[in-house]
Design a protein around this ligand. Structure first.
Ligand SMILES: NC(=O)C1=CN([C@@H]2O[C@H](COP(=O)(O)OP(=O)(O)OC[C@H]3O[C@@H](n4cnc5c(N)ncnc54)[C@H](OP(=O)(O)O)[C@@H]3O)[C@@H](O)[C@H]2O)C=CC1
Ligand SMILES: O=C1O[C@H](COP(=O)(O)O)[C@@H](O)[C@H](O)[C@H]1O
Length: 543
């Protein structure tokens, strides 16, 4: 299908940009390391066998915070590293009226001001600028999608006669369905002239029902294979390393079960508060913002069986199987397995910080939780009796994300002193790496054991880690959905948290007594009840 007439816009300018050889972009790559002459060696090693076909990336909501701070820098980094193939262009779509030139200025300014932007090579920003185009309109109407279709028509010649397109919906969730439907109405999901894929940002639904409705709406237009639900945690290098270490080594598998593991702790602690996102966060709260998606994904990757292959369906099948095996948490069980919290004023890094209720635009007396800890039990042979404790919260003492597999104590103590549990910890961020804590004899005459840590740090590879958005954008361009949650995964993750949401947000005061918020000061590790949840014989790791 051809959309409208060709205009004077120069087709040859769109797309023939990724041919320049990238030069050194990363100061931290040592001179002797592979790739020191050019770009991040990981990216090259990962991708040299395949590059995306010529394609157009269409970003809806391109004037928003995510696009400015993360997406445009990620695309620029990929392009500068020569990973986007021989022809590529970007069409930003928004509701604000803007010319192509004004958008180019906007995008270059966003790249200049984002901390995530790779150091540009001389002339790179100017060259990248040539790839950028803009369309605007009302996302409820047809015109804007017609304009997008014309952009694909215009790129066709430079793209070798193909009209491949990745539509990235970086808009408020209320627009996911209308944009998908609009693209469908104008025939833009049709793959007869090139592949068409849609990336959906989080949150995917507000609850189980709305997530199902959104899935149904998407499937009225797209085949599941065209849908890429993004969870940026899956794009983090060290989350992928969890799979590499589990399934690329023989020593872990024999220990990875109820025979040896006492419990697992998954922590995603944030030191940040609301960062001006009250409008979104008051509606979402921590369960929707972090638990239903990011933490459930970390849990699934830790607990799943070994997939038969490293491919999208094999991995996603295993994740679904283990999510299905989680013991349900109906409303009545919530009190025993989940703890909520909201931060009050406190001290962080020596500075006084306001409480949640003092943040701009938060409703006075808000009952929105900013902290959750939950105990998951997995009803399968591997994990029967092994609790998984998940916790996440805002305004905790530091930013740290970690998965810790805590092993059982040795069966018999032949040395003086207590027996400690060994811990294999995957540090997702920061100081990415893996550590093993075990007991060793202290030097000296006495047989005294002390806990020591063997530490592998990711920076030993000598390369800076790529942004998760780079990884996931490139995967979507390549048609690799391995790191994108499938429909049934999202559904099961919602099923797990729905009881919690219904207990905490229910309208019956008997079932859902108002929480006594705030119940932890900013700069502390959350409410005391979280210690009771994991105790008495276990305690949260001090991170
Ligand atoms: N920001 C972040 O760090 C993260 C964001 N996300 C998700 O990414 C998506 C985008 O987030 P973010 O960029 O922060 O959101 P923003 O609120 O900054 O806006 C995103 C874009 O949507 C446009 N928009 C908003 N309302 C409308 C409307 N009614 N009609 C047409 N366009 C509209 C905005 O246009 P305008 O500029 O004109 O207002 C902007 O272009 C969301 O789904 C969010 O949950 C996920 C993880 C992190
Ligand atoms: O999706 C989100 O994630 C961030 C935390 O992500 P990270 O990569 O910095 O760990 C969180 O701050 C935000 O509230 C949430 O929407």
């Amino acid at each position: 299908m051809t959309h409208g007439k060709k205009t004077a816009k120069d087709a040859s300018a769109r797309g023939e940009a990724a041919t320049r050889k990238p030069r050194k972009t990363r100061a931290r790559v040592p001179a002797s390391a592979p790739g020191a002459d050019g770009h991040n060696p990981f990216r090259t090693l990962m991708r040299r066998s395949r590059a995306p076909e010529p394609a157009t990336l269409v970003i809806f909501g391109v004037t928003g915070d995510l696009a400015k701070r993360k997406l445009l820098p990620a695309v620029f980094g990929l392009w500068q590293d020569g990973l986007l193939g021989s022809a590529f262009n970007i069409v930003g779509v928004g509701r604000q009226e803007m010319t192509d030139e004004a958008f180019k200025d906007f995008a270059i300014e966003a790249l200049r001001s984002s901390k995530e932007t790779d150091t540009p090579q001389p002339g790179a920003l100017e060259k990248f600028r040539e790839l950028l185009y803009y369309e605007f309109g009302d996302f409820a109407g047809d015109e804007v999608y017609d304009l997008v279709g014309r952009e694909l028509d215009r790129a066709e010649e430079a793209h070798g006669g193909r009209k491949n397109a990745l539509f990235y919906l970086s808009t408020p969730p209320s627009l996911f369905e209308p944009i998908s439907a609009g693209l469908g109405r104008l025939g833009l999901a049709d793959e007869s002239e090139g592949w068409r894929r849609i990336v959906i940002e989080k949150p995917f639904g507000h609850d189980l029902k709305s997530a199902r409705e959104l899935n149904d709406a998407l499937h009225r237009v797209w085949d599941e294979s065209q849908v890429y639900r993004i969870d940026h945690y899956l794009g983090k290098e060290t989350v992928q390393n969890l799979m590499a270490i589990r399934f690329g080594n023989a020593i872990f598998e024999p220990l990875w079960n109820r025979g040896y593991v006492d419990h697992v702790q998954i922590t995603a602690a944030e030191d940040l508060g609301l960062e001006g996102r009250a409008g979104y966060y008051e509606e979402a709260g921590v369960v929707r913002d972090m638990l239903q998606n990011h933490l459930m994904q970390l849990f699934a990757l830790t607990a799943m069986e070994a997939p038969a292959a490293f491919d999208a369906d094999a991995i996603r099948d295993e994740k679904v199987k283990v999510l299905r095996a989680v013991k349900p948490i109906p409303r009545g069980r919530v009190k025993g397995v989940a703890v909520r919290g909201q931060y009050g004023p406190g001290t962080l890094y020596g500075d006084r910080v306001p409480g949640y209720q003092e943040e701009p635009n938060v409703k006075p007396g808000s009952a929105t939780p900013t902290y959750v800890a939950v105990k998951l039990e997995v009803d399968n042979w591997r994990w029967q009796g092994v609790p998984f404790f998940l916790r996440t919260g805002k305004r905790l003492p530091k930013k740290v994300t970690e998965i810790a597999v805590v092993f059982k104590r040795p069966p018999l103590g032949i040395f003086p002193g207590g027996l400690e549990r060994n811990v294999l910890a995957f540090r997702i961020q920061p100081d990415e790496g893996v550590s093993l804590k075990f007991s060793s004899k202290s030097p000296g005459q006495e047989m005294v054991l002390r806990e020591v840590v063997m530490d592998f740090r990711y920076d030993a590879f000598g390369a800076q880690l790529e942004s998760p958005y780079s990884r996931l954008l490139l995967d979507a361009m390549l048609g690799d959905a391995t790191l994108f949650p499938r429909e049934d995964e999202v559904d099961h993750a919602w099923q797990i948290v729905m009881g919690i949401l219904s207990a905490w947000e229910g309208d019956s005061p008997a079932d859902s007594p108002t929480a006594d918020f705030p119940n932890y000061p900013a700069g502390t590790w959350g409410p005391d009840e979280a210690d009771e949840l994991i105790g008495p014989d276990r305690r949260w790791r001090r991170l």
